[in-house]
Design a protein around this ligand. Structure first.
Ligand code: HAM
Length: 418
């Protein structure tokens, strides 16, 4: 039987890795500009970390986690997202005591056993940030600006920022009761999935993609109209900070997100270049999560963005030009002694950071020239007995076809000035 990768996972092949690297460079540049520091947490954690933070009744925890018992019968889970792990690390390592505001970012793989489709994988990658220690609405907007700046710097134009407020434990239970009452009146018009959700996670009925639900819930009350004074003031603060920066946004009162830890701000950034899985990034505020995971009460806000979805947009819009990496010189050795000289020389040049390629397949001069061409090597240097004796060789520029006589001892100078 031939071995294959797991359904919903993807190899990132050399042909694609240049564009991934370009995106990762853009991400790190933006993180630096906004003064976020990288945190790397383990790929797997205790299962209870995710069930306690994301919420037992969410799709992620109830249906999608890769959970297994290790050999000591401990329940472990491959991280389905980054926030829970970052907060766990923040609490465990007392990062809050080291500075009043921790600004952390991460880039890495996440795992969810969802039904694979375009833009939805079982192993996917996210870049994201978590900022811990401030409840300022300006910080919420800073968090929205980071992915927007990454997209802008990569030449992606068609994005839409949707914001909402999901309230807090003061106002949400009152609203939830009201919502459940209204939904019960129209329960027969809802999809079977939403009927089941009505009891357990009624807010999620609002962002159902099923047309029946959308039609039936057209007039139900929305959280944003039931906010307590503190949440309403915070939501106003977010909107005026966005306004001050002239960042276009839309309020979507149905945006509730699929994770339970949010309080106040929730947001998503979508792209029309994507299909039904159109969310490029999502995030929001979670002022109770640090305390729920055993830390001191600490407000927090963050986002995460899908890398594969970013790649889909980049490939569609062709907005990133990646430079193909090519050898600065392809050294061809004509005999045993020349090959051995070429091997030593190549190693020396490589240690200086000059990309060099050689033949390891014992090919003929003609075949090696063809290979140098295929690899788009900038120069070719052919070394034989007479070149070694004279200490000089002709280096051919493959683009212009011109040849230059160089001293073998000074190849690096010749390459630098060529
Ligand atoms: P999320 O909305 O579950 O939020 O995921 C964020 C982004 O990850 C999505 O907008 C999407 O681009 C990408 N994504 C999610 N699932 C998949 C998948 N199966 N395949 C491909 N891409 C996917 C979170 O994960 C929160 N931790 C965000 C956050 C950080 N909130 C506060 N801090």
């Amino acid at each position: 039987m031939t071995l294959k990768s797991i359904r919903g996972t993807k190899d990132i092949l050399p042909a694609d890795s240049a564009i991934w690297q370009a995106a990762e460079e853009a991400i790190r540049r933006v993180m630096m500009a906004y003064n976020y520091q990288e945190i790397r947490t383990p790929i797997f954690e205790q299962t209870s970390l995710f069930s306690r933070s994301i919420g037992e009744l969410t799709d992620i925890v109830s249906k999608e986690m890769y959970t297994f018992l290790d050999r000591s019968e401990e329940s472990l889970t491959l991280r389905p997202e980054g926030t829970a792990s970052v907060i766990r690390a923040y609490v465990q390592n007392n990062l809050g005591e080291q500075s009043p505001l921790s600004k952390l970012y991460y880039v890495g793989p996440m795992f969810r056993q969802e039904r694979p489709q375009a833009g939805r994988l079982r192993q996917f990658h996210q870049f994201g940030v978590e900022a811990l220690g401030s409840s300022s609405p300006q910080l919420d907007v800073e968090i929205m600006l980071i992915p927007l700046e990454v997209y802008r710097s990569l030449g992606i134009k068609e994005t839409t920022l949707f914001i909402n407020s999901v309230g807090c434990p003061n106002c949400r239970p009152i609203y939830k009761k009201k919502l459940v009452g209204e939904l019960q009146k129209i329960v027969n018009k809802l999809s079977p999935e939403s009927q089941a959700r009505l009891q357990q996670n009624p807010l999620r009925v609002l962002d159902s993609k099923d047309e029946r639900d959308q039609l039936a819930t057209n007039d139900v009350p929305l959280m944003k109209d039931f906010l307590c004074s503190e949440c309403a003031a915070h939501f106003d603060g977010v909107q005026s900070a966005l306004g001050a920066l002239k960042i276009p946004f839309l309020i979507n009162g149905r945006l509730v997100r699929g994770l339970d830890y949010y309080t106040k701000t929730a947001f998503e950034i979508t792209s029309t270049a994507l299909g039904s899985q159109d969310a490029l990034a999502g995030g929001g505020r979670y002022d109770l999560l640090v305390e729920e995971l055993g830390g001191k009460p600490t407000p927090g806000v963050g986002f995460a963005a899908g890398m594969e979805r970013l790649m889909m947009v980049l490939q569609k819009t062709g907005s990133v030009q990646t430079k193909q990496r090519v050898p600065a010189v392809f050294i061809i050795g004509l005999d045993e002694q020349s090959r051995s000289w070429a091997f030593v020389k190549a190693t020396r040049l490589r240690s200086l950071g000059i990309p060099v390629e050689l033949d390891y397949l014992g090919r003929s001069l003609k075949a090696q020239m063809r290979e140098a061409n295929r690899q788009e090597a900038v120069h070719v240097l052919v070394i034989g007995d007479s070149e070694l004796k004279s200490g000089t060789a002709r280096m051919k520029n493959m683009k212009t076809g011109t040849e230059q006589l160089i001293e073998l001892e000074k190849i690096e100078d010749a390459l630098r000035s060529a």
